[in-house]
Design a protein around this ligand. Structure first.
Ligand SMILES: [Zn+2]
Length: 415
């Protein structure tokens, strides 16, 4: 399989594989098209080739929009091959049979964004750009700054000025040009779109490189299937910001099914949003095909995109697979973070709290069948949003003596 062209999702007009993201005929979004999606004659051979590849997402090189032979590493900052953890205690707590946690906090900058940036940055290099840039709600900022450093490319990272301090610190440290914009993410994104118009050597990973960038998210689905022994899960719960990760996970499963690497159907896809920024969940509930933009107000800042570019496609995928798109409150998000930490030993950021809380909601509503295998996609690390857990537990302060310890634990110490 090789990338063949960029193709408009709306009118199917084709364009060459360059830095271009919007259809000049109908203003629809462009997507990478591949030259063959027929079944592989020898699936076993393809599986062996993938398994013999590097221990990172470049093992799926054949399914990504890049030139040249499969490399051992492309960017010097290899993403992917993150753990898929069976979470029996979480399943038990919710009365479910089988729950797995795909923990993408295990990427180089601790979020799934390293997957999309790796593809966009590598493609940017191939196309001759010398500067990386992005509009970010935080995780993308970390990743673009780190990839710029690893590749020796200049970088400009634009963020909303009120972003969590942890994410700002974890971006600036890489020596990027960090720009705090007084406005929402949607303001930042609009500014970047304007800037990209007159800077020919700048690759905005999520604007003019967006078709390539988005393809990186497919590798989450590839890995889940490979880690389940080339089987499909029945259901995936995935957070929604722009809706790109959600739809590309669906596409990843679909491609592996189309080429014969997997048997079955695309899993039921459940999207997760915060009520403080839930344009896609609101449209789903109302039975609408498009999302009405909102002004975000939620602790889940990495999901705070009020005008989600892929919202309509996310709605389409949720409906086509019998899934849903739900929204949870900030208190439910905090509880979701604690639930995942206490039952699975996984500390996630607020976006992961949204995902975990949505799983709780689906379980309580009885949406999940008795024999289902469910995968929870955790996109980022809890250390990035420490404020969300501050004050949520008590520490015992004692004198350095056994007596003091015994007093503090009078109820439970019997010796
Ligand atoms: Zn078009």
């Amino acid at each position: 399989m090789a990338a063949k062209q960029l193709k408009c999702r709306e009118c199917a007009t084709e364009y060459p594989l360059e830095a271009r993201y919007v259809c000049s005929r109908c203003f629809g979004p462009l997507e990478v098209g591949y030259d063959h999606l027929e079944r592989f004659p020898d699936v076993g051979e393809v599986r062996r080739r993938i398994q013999g590849g590097p221990q990172n997402m470049w093992r799926y090189h054949d399914f990504l929009p890049l030139e040249g032979p499969q490399p051992r590493t492309r960017t010097g900052l290899p993403a992917g091959c993150t753990p898929l953890i069976r979470a029996d205690r979480l399943a038990q707590r919710l009365g479910l049979r089988e729950v797995w946690v795909k923990n993408d906090a295990h990427n180089p900058t601790h979020s799934f964004k390293d997957r999309v940036v790796s593809v966009a940055a590598t493609r940017a290099r191939e196309l001759g750009f010398d500067t990386l840039a992005c509009a970010s709600t935080g995780n993308l900022a970390n990743s673009v700054a780190a990839h710029g450093a690893a590749l020796g490319m200049a970088s400009y990272v634009l963020i909303p000025a009120d972003l969590e301090e942890q994410k700002i610190l974890a971006t600036g440290v890489y020596g990027t040009n960090l720009v705090k914009v007084r406005g929402t993410y949607d303001d930042v994104n609009r500014l970047c779109t304007e800037l990209s118009g007159d800077r020919d050597n700048w690759a905005f990973v999520n604007i003019n490189m967006r078709p390539y960038y988005a393809e990186g998210s497919k590798t989450v689905a590839y890995e889940i299937a490979e880690q389940l022994g080339w089987e499909l899960p029945d259901r995936c719960v995935v957070p929604i910001a722009s809706g790109s990760l959600f739809t590309k996970i669906g596409k990843g499963f679909e491609e592996f099914i189309d080429v014969g690497l997997l048997d079955g159907e695309v899993p039921t896809m459940n999207g997760a949003q915060a009520t403080g920024c839930s344009p896609v969940a609101t449209a789903f509930e109302a039975g609408q095909d498009v999302c009405r933009p909102v002004k975000p107000s939620t602790i889940a800042k990495s999901l705070a995109i009020g005008n989600p570019a892929d919202g309509p496609y996310a709605l389409e995928l949720a409906r086509a697979t019998g899934g849903s798109i739900d929204a949870v409150t900030d208190d439910e998000i905090r509880a979701g973070i604690r639930l995942l930490a206490e039952t699975a030993g996984v500390f996630t950021e607020t976006a992961g709290g949204v995902t975990a809380a949505t799983l709780v909601k689906l379980a309580e509503r009885g949406d999940i069948g008795a024999d289902e295998r469910v995968v929870l996609v955790i996109t980022g690390d809890g250390l990035k949003t420490l404020d969300a857990v501050r004050g949520s537990f008590e520490a015992h302060e004692v004198e350095p003596t056994i007596d003091s310890f015994k007093v503090a634990f009078a109820q439970s110490v019997t010796a």
